[in-house]
Write a protein that binds this ligand. Structure first.
Ligand code: CA
Length: 452
């Protein structure tokens, strides 16, 4: 009986590990299946009062008390939304009154407002335990060579175990210098991610050690199209070349998109789910700035960097949890090929296909409720579309799928066979390996007995 129990216990582990292996093989160390949560350390959560030196939350330019311990305490908030990666604003020791820590004085020390080296080691350990990676923003100070920066980066990888670095390209430093930096860092650990924001010029990523670029032009495009309804997303899709980029709608250097939505007399609570659905279901890695989940408002500079409010309304947070977990579950949303099926006056339907999985996104960026008929030739005949947000089921009728979406709403459908994923299917799929395991167990048992 003990043996039977052991086998039963072993089965789920076997099934689970099998799944993990196939997933890892598919992704091949690329970043397409990642999603990033970008934190300004001083403005996230105050988890340690003992480092509150000159903290004044009433002064927008002063330290507000956020620290690395605060991120550890609130890491479940980030995990629940499905993020795979945390990008930290600079944590290096800097000059006074510099809550962004961008004017770095010592690349081997932590700004004491944010904690100490043990805190960051603990954050990396806690994050890795729940499969979240930690990437550091690495500002380049004027008087430091890229060789020295690479040495410091390697120290952070070996000593602390961070997973990557985010750099912004300076106008006066040639791209080849950044490439050399990436090469030197990857010589120590090839799995480290190097992401570069380039606002001038381009880079041949195929022949570079840099993993991803940040597409800043796309941000400008997206903000212009998504701030109000009745605008086509087609130009945005055309601007998305390949998948090797991070895309963001908010970052520390521009005013909050919520601010622009309000300026257009639109409701942030209604716009954000649509905007986020677009970001999460189109090519590239979505990088979400902290505070987006509560539609944080603010103009440029310190106004943009307000303290995260964990007591705010959680309606958008719940939506992001749903959306983030859907994105993590369906490879077609992260690794698929996008095909625009319909677009008119802001109403868009597009398919993402990966291997034998297809998801259909209906994005109604128009001010009218919409009914769209998509020919089954464009999807597949004799299937059904299952809505992942609302649970709606659409069956093929007269060679079309009829999709109805209210104004400024979105839905992600997964294309299924008629039976769908019902309990019968699940039970049969689970039972087959179990029956086989028992079969082999008894064969082994019999074999053992007869050899005695
Ligand atoms: Ca603190």
């Amino acid at each position: 009986m003990k043996h039977v129990l052991a086998v039963l216990l072993f089965i789920p582990i076997f099934l689970f590990s099998f799944q993990l292996v196939s997933k890892a093989d598919d992704t091949k160390q690329v970043m397409t299946d990642k999603s990033v949560y970008y934190i300004i350390v001083d403005r996230f959560y105050n988890g340690d009062r003992s480092n509150d030196i000159q903290v004044n939350t009433q002064d927008p330019l002063a330290y507000h008390g956020g620290d690395i311990k605060g991120i550890i305490k609130r890491i479940n908030h980030i995990k629940k939304m499905g993020f795979t990666t945390i990008l930290l604003s600079s944590i290096f020791e800097s000059g006074d009154d510099d809550y962004l820590s961008e004017d770095v004085k010592d690349y081997y020390k932590i700004n004491p407002h944010f904690g100490n080296i043990d805190d960051i080691k603990e954050l990396v350990r806690v994050a890795h335990d729940i499969h979240i990676q930690i990437i550091l923003d690495l500002p380049i100070s004027q008087d430091v060579s890229m060789d020295e920066i690479a040495k410091a980066a390697n120290w952070w990888i070996e000593e602390v175990g961070v997973d990557g670095f985010f750099l912004k390209k300076h106008l006066e430093i040639p791209i080849a210098e950044y490439d050399k930096f990436a090469h030197e860092v990857k010589a120590v650990n090839e799995h480290v991610y190097i992401i570069l924001q380039i606002d001038d010029g381009t880079i041949d990523l195929e022949n570079s050690s840099i993993d991803r670029v940040v597409n800043g032009d796309l941000t400008v495009h997206m903000r212009a199209v998504l701030n109000k309804p009745d605008q086509s997303i087609k130009p945005l899709l055309n601007a998305m070349e390949g998948k090797a980029f991070w895309k963001y709608i908010d970052d520390p250097n521009i005013r909050r998109f919520t601010y622009e939505i309000v300026q257009q007399n639109q409701f942030p609570g209604e716009r954000w789910p649509l905007i986020l659905t677009f970001l999460y279901t189109t090519p590239g890695v979505p990088a979400i700035f902290y505070g987006t989940e509560i539609a944080l408002n603010g103009g440029e500079g310190a106004e943009n960097h307000r303290l995260m409010d964990f007591r705010a309304d959680d309606e958008l947070i719940e939506f992001m949890e749903k959306l983030g977990n859907i994105r993590n579950h369906y490879p077609s949303l992260t690794d698929g090929d996008l095909n625009l099926l319909y677009e008119e006056g802001g109403m868009a339907v597009y398919a993402n296909t990966y291997k034998d999985e297809t998801t259909i996104v209906a994005l109604n960026n128009s001010s009218q409720n919409q009914t769209v008929e998509i020919s089954s030739d464009l999807i597949a005949p004799n299937k059904q579309l299952f809505g992942l947000f609302e649970g709606e089921l659409i069956k093929e009728k007269n060679g079309t799928y009829v999709i109805q979406i209210n104004q400024e709403q979105a839905e992600i459908f997964v294309v299924q066979n008629h039976t769908g994923i019902n309990m019968m299917n699940v039970t049969v799929m689970t039972m087959i390996p179990i029956v086989f395991m028992f079969f082999y167990y008894f064969l082994w048992k019999r074999g053992k007995k007869s050899s005695y």
